[in-house]
Unconditional design. Structure first.
Length: 129
């Protein structure tokens, strides 16, 4: 199946998905040293986004979140790609400065959790079996 979206950051990657239907903040919800979701009330608490295709509805929270995403990148713990239902400027800036392929305007409820996908941000789609 192929789902179309709009490119935010170009690039093409393959990886395993981590899906959150809830918004997430990179400041406080994710440990920048490990890439593990640490938010107490988040449904994915304890899951890692490191080298994964991180699919989530939208970002939330502080403008510092862009730099936390960049810190994840510098620590080798960032996601390989990002797919959003609706991009938030903070997440988009973080993905841009970290050169993480990113698309948005995707129906994320159709994407399977913990499955290998291809994210082709250049052409604006995510593909999986």
């Amino acid at each position: 199946m192929r789902l179309k979206g709009d490119m935010i950051v170009p690039g093409n990657v393959k990886g395993i998905t981590v899906i959150s239907l809830d918004p997430i903040s990179f400041l406080g919800d994710i440990d920048p040293e490990t890439g593990i979701i640490v938010a107490e009330k988040h449904s994915l608490k304890g899951e890692s986004i490191k080298n994964k295709i991180f699919v989530f509805s939208t970002g939330k929270g502080s403008t510092v979140g862009s730099y936390v995403l960049y810190q994840l990148y510098k620590n080798g713990c960032s996601p390989a790609g990002i797919v959003n239902k609706e991009a938030e400027a903070i997440v988009a800036v973080g993905a841009i400065i970290s050169e993480i392929p990113m698309i948005h305007h995707v129906e994320i409820t159709k994407i399977p959790h913990n499955k290998e996908v291809i994210l082709n941000a250049d052409d604006g789609f995510i593909e999986f079996e």
